[in-house]
Write a protein that binds this ligand. Structure first.
Ligand code: GDD
Ligand code: MN
Length: 379
């Protein structure tokens, strides 16, 4: 074979391939062993060409990104986005929407809970214009759930579904589904207005769209996870409430600040509990007890903010947690100083004690929030 014949062969191969039509976004967190068999299943469902898989991995510790790269080396249909220092299922999906040239995008779990065979009908439905979004539903008639067996989550889901219907105005049986398909341009057009904080991306898309999107449900058989464990168990209710808040009041007081403030209020309770425990049972004097309570409450606030307010940027290594905690204590100490200084000045000028204290607390909180989003969780 002479070198000149090579382009012809390549052109022939390209011509037999269907043009790229669908990008399947697989957000991953420790899914190494699930990837290769899933790509195989996707090929089984969609054929040899016309699709690509976009693995959006949040720097999994099990080597998922390396495995994804290994697959991509021998298979150009597989692409990899490895994110370092960022986290979250929603933002991973958004990353995928913006990183593909395919006219349609689907998001699905990488753990084999979603059957890629459904993609064929979902794509046909959206392509024909029958619906704007195709949603694989665990609750539509004909759906089933193999070994899910989690009555607590099933109940939570049904409550969430009712709320979601009110929020989006769209009738759909499974708004929390993680398996859906839509035109990528539609998704990208909504991205600037999405809340983007860990909350369910499908619900976010539907609630954000100004003209109600037409949804079609596809009953699915929700299988058991193949390998690894679920990452969403504890988070789902929190995510949902945060999303609900964001869509209702998020423009008035940003969700993150509201969460930060809520943590602060809970922290006051913790402070009081520690203070009284030391005073009543420890026989300690007031200033000692107050010092311990302050320190305890700051540490508690750091922990809860890391768990809740900044869950998408959560510090998780021992080193990261230690330095984050130290930076948080430092930020709060400066905030406390600003708080006392402002409150004292206002009080001296005759402002009512309670009001002066509240203004001080308000200024201290904004300050703490600004400093810690920049220096503790700001990456
Ligand atoms: N990149 C990235 N970042 N991927 C993530 C993250 C993250 O922070 N958290 C989870 N994932 C990936 C997982 O690796 C998996 O491929 C997919 O997102 C879904 O996570 P699971 O851990 O499998 O979730 P689940 O099966 O418990 O939750 C199911 O039900 C939810 C609704 O109740 C899924 O179907 C979800 O998609 C669905 O929203
Ligand atoms: Mn899953």
């Amino acid at each position: 074979m002479t070198p000149q014949t090579q382009p012809d062969t390549a052109t022939a191969t390209l011509a037999s391939a269907r043009p790229l039509e669908l990008a399947i976004i697989l957000p991953t967190l420790n899914e190494r062993d699930n990837l290769a068999p899933l790509v195989e299943r996707i090929e089984g469902a969609l054929g040899l060409s016309g699709w690509e898989v976009l693995i959006v991995d949040d720097n999994s510790s099990d080597g998922t990104s390396d495995e994804a790269r290994r697959l991509a080396l021998s298979d150009p249909r597989v692409r990899v986005i490895q994110r370092i220092g960022r986290r979250g299922l929603s933002s991973a999906a958004i990353e995928g929407f913006c990183a593909t040239a395919a006219p349609y995008v689907a998001v699905m779990d990488a753990d084999h809970q979603h059957d890629p065979k459904l993609l064929v009908d979902m794509l046909a439905c959206v392509k024909s214009g029958e619906a704007d979004v195709a949603v694989a539903s665990r609750f539509a008639e004909g759906a089933s759930m193999e070994e899910w067996g989690r009555p607590d989550r099933e109940k939570l889901s049904s409550v969430a579904n009712t709320l979601a219907r009110k929020l989006t105005g769209v009738e759909l049986s499974d708004p929390m589904s993680g398996f859906f398909l839509l035109p990528s341009a539609t998704a990208r057009a909504l991205v600037p207005n999405l809340s983007g904080i860990g909350f369910k991306i499908l619900l976010d898309l539907l609630a954000t769209s100004e003209t109600p999107l037409k949804v079609k449900d596809f009953p699915m058989n929700f299988s058991a996870r193949r390998s690894g464990e679920s990452k969403l168990d504890r988070a789902i209710a929190l995510d949902f409430l945060a999303g609900l808040y964001d869509k209702s009041f998020g423009r008035v007081i940003p969700t993150r600040f509201a969460l930060f403030g809520t943590v602060g209020v809970i922290g006051v309770g913790v402070h009081m509990a520690i203070l009284y425990a030391f005073l009543l049972f420890g026989g300690a004097n007031f200033s000692w007890s107050q010092a311990v309570a302050t320190f305890g409450a700051m540490s508690f606030n750091f922990w809860l903010n890391n768990f809740l307010t900044y869950r998408d940027k959560r510090l998780s290594t021992p080193k990261g947690i230690f330095w984050g905690w130290a930076a948080f204590i430092a930020a709060c100490s400066i905030g406390a100083f600003a708080n006392v200084a402002v409150a004292t000045t206002l009080h001296d000028r005759g402002l009512h004690t309670v009001l002066a204290a509240l203004v001080g607390i308000g200024i201290g909180s904004v300050w703490n929030y600004a400093l810690s989003s920049r220096f503790v969780w700001g990456r």
